[in-house]
Design a protein around this ligand. Structure first.
Ligand code: PHE
Length: 362
């Protein structure tokens, strides 16, 4: 900063008797450096003005130097005069440009958008659960009330778990390249949640009572009721003296809890390689009550699950005693249940991430 009154004169020369100042070249050079330095580092318009007053003001150092020029040693005089003049010009220009700089910075920040704390906030919408998740959670809860716990298995399966251990022979059409997504390493994307039955039985002894929800994959062409990626929930109950009636009772309880108390359950004979006997399980149409409508395609029934008594060959594979062990298994499509329950006409709506559609469920 600028010098104070008492040291002012010593900035440009040597004070001699009676307050008189002798200007000399060396001191002046130091003054010049200081002045330019102060001008460069001043951080406000006021600080710049103080620098100007100190060096260039009417009672400032440079007018004083000019006044004292006659006292300078004759051999230095010309040089002192030149230096003082060039310094005055340089400092004036520097002050000018620094002033512009500081003003510019100042006005830029003046115009910068100021955050208005009184503006209403941007509301963040609370998400909703996906209908597929809702059906899975509800199904798990319903079976949970019957003592089932949740088990999970990998989406990428070995052919052994997806087919062989489920008594599905090498020539079975489900193993066709056209029906299944095969990976280069010989594994595949599971076509059903049934391989989890095998994994669970391989790892523990009866009694077993599990449900296993998850993704499945088939090389289906997508249409209103098919998707190459879909979800199933599998159930497996293994113990002694388990009967088909137990299976029907469990699925009837599920039907009532999931669809409503008036929904009836029927079994139709069917075939699956890993259950014997095998059934397909239909629920009476909850829309028309069984009279026949568009949803049930006029039949009054809707196919919900594949099921049956676990084939003794499967027990053999996992090392259970096929004589003393009995059990049932079922597998149902989650999307099918969601579509019926919520009246969703096209399976593709479930995968398109259209928020207008998804927000309807919660
Ligand atoms: N995994 C069979 C399917 O996807 C369904 C099923 C599961 C059948 C369990 C019987 C027992 O079609």
């Amino acid at each position: 900063m600028a010098t104070t009154k008492g040291t002012k004169s010593t900035k440009v020369g040597t004070r001699v008797r009676g307050g008189e100042v002798r200007v000399d070249l060396e001191t002046l050079k130091k003054t010049v450096d200081e002045g330019l330095g102060e001008a460069r580092t001043a951080e406000s318009a006021d600080a710049l003005e103080a620098v100007r007053i100190t060096y260039l003001g009417r009672k400032g150092l440079m007018p004083q130097v000019m006044k004292e020029l006659k006292s300078v040693a004759p051999e230095e005089r010309a040089e002192v005069g030149r230096l003082a003049n060039s310094f005055k010009n340089e400092l004036a220009a520097l002050l000018e440009s620094r002033r512009g700089e500081l003003n510019g910075a100042h006005s830029a920040s003046d115009e910068a958008p100021v955050f208005d704390f009184t503006l209403p906030g941007q509301g963040s919408r609370r998400g909703t659960r996906h209908p597929i998740s809702m059906v899975i959670e509800e199904a798990v809860a319903i079976f949970g009330r019957m003592g089932f716990t949740v088990a999970e298995g990998p989406d990428v399966e070995t052919p052994y778990h997806n087919f062989d251990a489920l008594n599905t022979a090498a020539h079975h059409p489900a193993r066709d390249r056209q029906d299944t997504f095969w990976l280069d390493d010989g594994n595949l994307l599971r076509t059903q949640t049934s391989p989890v039955q095998i994994r669970v039985m391989e790892s523990r002894q009866p009694p077993v009572r599990i449900v296993t929800p998850g993704r499945c994959y088939r090389r289906d062409t997508t249409d209103a009721t098919h998707s190459a990626n879909f979800h199933q929930i599998e159930g497996l109950y293994v113990d002694h003296d388990v009967s088909l009636a137990d299976l029907k009772g469990a699925l009837a309880y599920f039907a009532h809890e999931m669809m409503g108390p008036d929904v009836a359950v029927r079994f139709r004979p069917h075939f699956f390689p890993f259950t014997e006997p095998s059934v397909e399980c239909d629920f009476s149409c909850h829309v028309c009550g069984g009279a026949g409508c568009r949803v049930c395609k006029g039949s009054g029934w809707i196919e919900i699950a594949g099921a049956g008594m676990v084939d003794p060959r499967v027990f053999e594979r996992v090392g259970y005693d096929p004589e003393s062990t009995t059990g049932y298994a079922f597998g149902m499509g989650i999307e099918r249940i969601a579509m019926i329950r919520y009246g969703i006409p096209d399976i593709r709506l479930l995968y398109e991430n259209d928020m207008r559609f998804l927000r309807q469920f919660s």
